[in-house]
Design a protein around this ligand. Structure first.
Ligand SMILES: [Zn+2]
Ligand SMILES: [Zn+2]
Length: 403
């Protein structure tokens, strides 16, 4: 296959040849202008193409290759029609035409790797868990409620009306969402009810946005896996998001997502080694690394309920359209931030082995029922084919920046 960079070089060479060759080879003057125009055309659409990235603006590689093939066909047709030209001229025109078509067929399209992260394991809309809607919060299971904040969910563990210090918050949404999170807590647990703890599945920007503000307001301890602490105590930034995976607007923007750590140092604690969750006695935490090194999920065996965090999600988080419509599917971790794909696969398999009845993840609607469990098993089994993007920045280890 021809890599896009070589293709770009061939395009530049072709454009130059179309302008210069007819003059150097002293072809019929009538051919000079049309061939120079063809060369200028190739140069123009080549300049509009992003060769090395799955970008659609202004010209995608697929569109570029279609133009190449069209141009090639045009030269073959011209060679056939220009009967009064010498055979060597017609031969070169036909040869160039066939060369263009061959190059178009043999060039790697970055969109191919992009397409790999399309819908992964779709489930029907009837798999969306039954939700009891409050005005600011939704209950999905006894003592489990959540609030969706645009692109991300936060979860509330504890019985309705639990009161002060008798419930916990899981994750802390986007920057600027402290108010809606606190309002949801008030509606569910009573006014002035502070959590016993805030538990973090991991420290990505869309999960820690309101963390500093809420931890301080509630004077609540923040529990996270020790491997996630550097991103919560201000000492280390995440590697940048990879915009080349996922093929959607959310992924395309990934290079712009904040990676800087938050700092909740005075209140930051390590999750207990015995797997218990402070403030939520029915739950256990599991280390599910891959999407982030210290990523955890929460499990309640009593009713087989899984809070997956971003280890697996229930919508195609790379696509703004899917995020907006919350089209349900079982999907690997959001690809643009996932750095350790072998670990991510092992984590998905571990979660599938639990055979959950209900999954609430960091992104997407809560899903329930036997078909959801089947879909999770399928994702776990075929993870490398279904969820792992080809050619992503982090697809092959090790690329972690220790910035
Ligand atoms: Zn994340
Ligand atoms: Zn996330």
């Amino acid at each position: 296959m021809i890599p896009p960079r070589l293709h770009a070089a061939l395009d530049a060479l072709s454009a130059a040849a179309l302008v210069a060759a007819p003059r150097i080879l002293r072809w019929n003057r009538r051919l000079h202008a049309p061939l120079a125009a063809a060369g200028a055309g190739v140069a123009a659409y080549s300049l509009l193409t992003r060769y090395d990235r799955p970008s659609t603006a202004p010209l995608s590689m697929s569109e570029h290759l279609a133009l190449d093939a069209l141009q090639g066909a045009g030269f073959c047709a011209a060679a056939a029609m220009l009967k009064h030209e010498p055979p060597e001229v017609r031969g070169l025109l036909a040869g160039y035409g066939l060369f263009s078509i061959a190059v178009a067929l043999l060039t790697d399209r970055p969109e191919r790797s992009q397409r790999r992260v399309g819908r992964q394991v779709p489930v029907g809309a009837d798999a969306i868990a039954r939700i009891e809607r409050g005005s600011r919060i939704r209950e999905v299971a006894p003592e489990l409620a959540y609030r969706r904040l645009g692109i991300v969910n936060v979860a509330f563990l504890g019985p309705r009306g639990a009161g002060d210090r008798n419930w916990i918050l899981v994750d802390a949404g986007l920057t600027g969402t402290a108010r809606p999170i606190a309002a949801a807590a008030t509606e569910r647990f009573g006014s002035g009810a502070r959590p016993a703890a805030i538990v973090m599945t991991h420290g990505h920007f869309d999960h820690v946005g309101a963390l500093e503000e809420l931890a301080e307001r509630w004077d609540a301890p923040v529990f996270a896996h020790p491997l996630e602490h550097p991103y919560l105590d201000g000492s280390r930034a995440y590697p940048p998001g990879d915009p080349s995976v996922g093929g959607g607007a959310m992924a395309a923007l990934a290079g712009l997502y904040p990676t800087a750590p938050v700092d909740v140092r005075p209140r930051l604690r390590s999750l207990p080694d015995d797997g218990t969750v402070p403030g939520a006695p029915d739950w256990r935490w599991l280390h599910t690394p891959g999407h982030a090194l210290g990523h955890i999920s929460l499990w309640r065996a009593r009713d087989r309920t899984l809070l997956a965090g971003d280890a697996v999600v229930t919508t195609r988080q790379e696509s703004a359209y899917a995020v907006a419509t919350q089209a349900p599917e079982i999907h690997g971790p959001p690809a643009y931030f996932t750095t350790e794909w072998d670990q991510a696969r092992d984590s998905a398999r571990r979660l599938a082995e639990l055979a959950p009845d209900l999954i609430l993840s960091g992104h997407g609607a809560p899903l329930a029922g036997p078909r959801v469990c089947d879909a999770l098993h399928r994702l776990a089994r075929d993870f490398d084919n279904v969820a792992r993007p080809r050619g992503s920045r982090y697809a092959s280890p090790p690329t972690r920046s220790e910035a």
